[in-house]
Design a protein around this ligand. Sequence first.
Ligand code: AG3
Length: 285
Amino acid sequence: MNSWFTELQTPDMALSCRTKKVLHHEKTPFQELTVYETVQFGRMLVLDDVIQTTVRDEFVYHEMITHVGLNTHPQPRRVLVVGGGDGGSIREILRHPRVERAALVEIDGRVIEAAKQFLPEISCGLDDPRVEIIIDDGIKHVREHRGAYEMIVIDSTDPVGPAEGLFSAAFYRDVFYALTEDGLFVAQTESPFFNGELITRVFQDVAGIFPVARLYLACVPTYPGGLWTFTMGSKKYDPLEVEVEKLPDLGTRYYSPAVHKSAFVLPPFVAELLKEKQGGKPERA
Ligand code: AG3
């Protein structure tokens, strides 16, 4: 068998993975959802022909979108994931002994169901008693919950279609108010090679709303360019001031105390995207 799934990562570049099988395919009310069995990366979740996660490399993204923030906040008791219906972020959040409640607000309930059925390694935390699953628009949920969470993880798809609003200044302002007075958020913010303008704009917006704004990196082989960015906005705690030597070992495979620090070391072409805005003062919008 010689079938390939190809994601057109930009109009001029593609990533192809050889597939053994289509395990599942459906049109949900929101998108087209496919689960492939691939040769290189194991099972792979694809939404509207865009790779969301694979069993072999998901640990990088899910560890890095959660543990950096969870270890920056001293008491992350209530954590919200916006998007992330596959459950990978929730699984990582539950590793933290201080977390009492992990809420997931996902617009497309079918993603959760498909992940439970076909990606058990990733979705395994979703049945934990600390987890609350809310099928709703994340933008609306965040707007309607004030001071409710110590940490919010924005585990979105690319900034097109339904996820576009999750990259807007108005949404980051709502996130600010949905957080406790010392809360912080982390959002996935795409590739520094192909989404430089977006990264600059998001960083500017976040630095205008939050006293602390930081960008960090991780390497995700199945995402465009391989190098991926995360943006953190924090009301009080600075991830660069964490005493990493004191952090417990949670058995993570990409994240570690040393990686917590090194992820913020930016190559000049990435630092250039932020210019003087890194750590920017709160000039509230
Ligand atoms: N969120 C999607 C990241 C963006 C991937 N982009 C791409 N392949 N063009 C991941 C969801 C995992 N919980």
